[in-house]
Write a protein that binds this ligand. Structure first.
Ligand SMILES: *Cc1c(COP(=O)(O)O)cnc(C)c1O
Length: 360
């Protein structure tokens, strides 16, 4: 069998969720959209089910996958519903939905509910993607509040730059959020913090925090924080050396000859490539772990293979284990070598079988 695999450590996932919950000091919505950032939504939700206050997904398809797997915890549709036709399904499966546009308020006013609903009303506090503008917000709140079947409402918003620790945008967005909250009844539950805000901006933690990336043990904070040091990587992507060759100095390696040896070089060919989700344009010098020791990628990544420098790893050879990211090598570091983010690399995992450790 092809030796590439992703090992998912569910103990690490639970550790990270508990860490998020402790930092938040309120409820924590475990964000498992995009197949739990490539880790497997059902497996991750099951591993967290006993302790998670709820799960966040992008859309109804993802929510139904959790419900079909027997997950009974609250599930929030973070992107809301896309069509009024979906409201019957939202109700049948007892999903909580985000409302972010005036047309959705209209649709809810027309809906005839047979059971109580929970709605998260989203404010655009400055990201300018989804959310009602500050001018629209109070009116939308009142209209939804007037519907007898809407039992609970959470005021929410989302940050655009919370991983930039000295940028004023997070403070400005928080001020806009607080100004909107001040118009709502005292005690209205609020939620604005994603992973970065939860770890780096303590003032943003409110009734519900919404950790995503940090659950999987990664972050993009641009300055050190102890809150991030406590995270444990959940995914280890690894494969093995399937061929070794000895090259003289001056020889090109791989497509486009982007790397030319500068010394006699032992090259290890590894069974992992961009069709597995490894970044195609990771540059020569991108770190890898060779049998537990730091090493480097050399040459262009191909669809099914990549090449590493074994010259300084005399004990390594055929069958050597190559960790591409994981506990020994932060995925964010690998991502940075190709202008990518850890979000993109984790959610981009393909073809590689996932193996779970750490119990269900
Ligand atoms: C994806 C998402 C999150 C989680 O973001 P991270 O940066 O991964 O922590 C939180 N809230 C909303 C609305 C999201 O869409």
């Amino acid at each position: 069998m092809r030796p590439s695999r992703a090992t998912i450590d569910l103990d690490a996932l639970r550790h990270n969720y508990r860490h998020a919950r402790t930092l938040g000091d309120g409820k924590a919505l475990a964000v498992v959209k995009a197949d739990a950032y490539g880790h497997g939504a059902v497996a991750c939700a099951r591993a967290l089910e006993a302790e998670a206050d709820g799960f966040g997904v992008a859309c109804i398809e993802e929510a139904l996958e959790l419900r079909e797997a027997g997950i009974r915890a609250p599930v929030v549709l973070l992107e809301g519903f896309f069509d009024a036709d979906e409201l019957a399904l939202v109700e049948r499966h007892d999903l909580w939905t985000v409302v972010a546009s005036p047309w959705q308020v209209d649709a809810l006013e027309r809906h005839r509910a047979a059971r109580p609903w929970q709605v998260w009303l989203k404010l655009d506090s400055g990201m300018h993607r989804l959310g009602l503008s500050p001018d629209e917000y109070l009116d939308a709140w009142r209209r939804l509040r007037a519907l007898s079947w809407i039992e609970g409402m959470v005021a929410m918003s989302h940050f655009s730059r919370a991983d930039e620790l000295s940028h004023p945008s997070t403070r400005d967005q928080l001020a806009a959020f607080d100004a909107a909250l001040a118009q709502l009844p005292a005690g209205t539950p609020a939620s604005i913090a994603n992973s970065a805000a939860l770890m780096a901006w303590p003032g943003t933690r409110r009734d519900w925090v919404r950790p995503g990336l940090m659950l999987y043990g990664s972050h993009m904070l641009d300055a050190p924080r102890a809150e991030a040091d406590a995270l444990r990587a959940v995914m280890r992507l690894e494969s093995k050396v399937i061929a070794v060759r000895e090259l003289a100095a001056g020889e090109p390696i791989g497509y486009a000859g982007t790397f030319i040896t500068t010394r006699p070089t032992r090259v290890g060919v590894v069974a992992a490539g961009y069709a597995d989700g490894y970044p195609q344009y990771a540059t020569s010098g991108t770190p890898v772990i060779i049998d537990g020791r730091p090493g480097e990628l050399i040459g262009r990544v191909s669809m099914d293979m990549l090449t590493v420098d074994l010259t300084d790893h005399p004990a390594a050879g055929l069958g050597s284990r190559i960790e591409l990211w994981g506990p020994g090598l932060p995925v964010a570091e690998v991502a940075a070598r190709s202008g990518n983010s850890p979000y993109r690399l984790l959610t981009g995992l393909k073809r590689v079988p996932r193996r779970y450790i750490g119990g269900g």
